[in-house]
Design a protein around this ligand. Sequence first.
Ligand code: MN
Length: 208
Amino acid sequence: MEEIKGLRKYELPPLPYKIDALEPYISKDIVDVHYNGHHKGYVNTANTLIDRLNGIINEEVKSYDIHGVLRNLTFNINGDKLHTLYWKDMAPEGKGGDKPGGKLGDLIEQQYGSYEKFKKIFTEAANSNPGTGWAVLTYDKENSNLNVMTVENHFMNHLAEMPIVLILDEFEHAYYLQYKNKRADYVGAWWNIVNWDEANKKLDGLLE
Ligand code: MN
């Protein structure tokens, strides 16, 4: 095995379906710009920053702003990870949408009363999220709670110990080409392509 010198680079994970697979709910053009532009950009920038950080660690770089480097690195690494979750949490029509079954379906009914009530709360959370961010469903193992939460920007320090089960990207780049300023229409359309099998798989992994 090759000797590791410094922190390792990130790689853009493959899109789990064809670029037009989410139509008509999310257009091919949006997925193209979002994946090949934004997501790839986060990975590339993270790698540039890792080069710089490795230079700092190896004392090749003498003058630097550590706060700036690490803040940007946090933003870009999280950008990669959040988008990787987001792509997997959607599936083409026919495979996605409908209601969650399995343990996730049971827990949602137990804690939110019904899937419809959960959907209403998540939608309201998403629609009330100011500016750029994410709506997420997290699982807190300590008390077995499924928490609907909103995340600002890419920074999610407040989600400590609460892995994401389901995620919705609310940055303008996720919907503007198709939905313009009608973000609520994008949120409404997204429910048709939610990949509940993937969300259930994540929850199962956390229940083990
Ligand atoms: Mn995005």
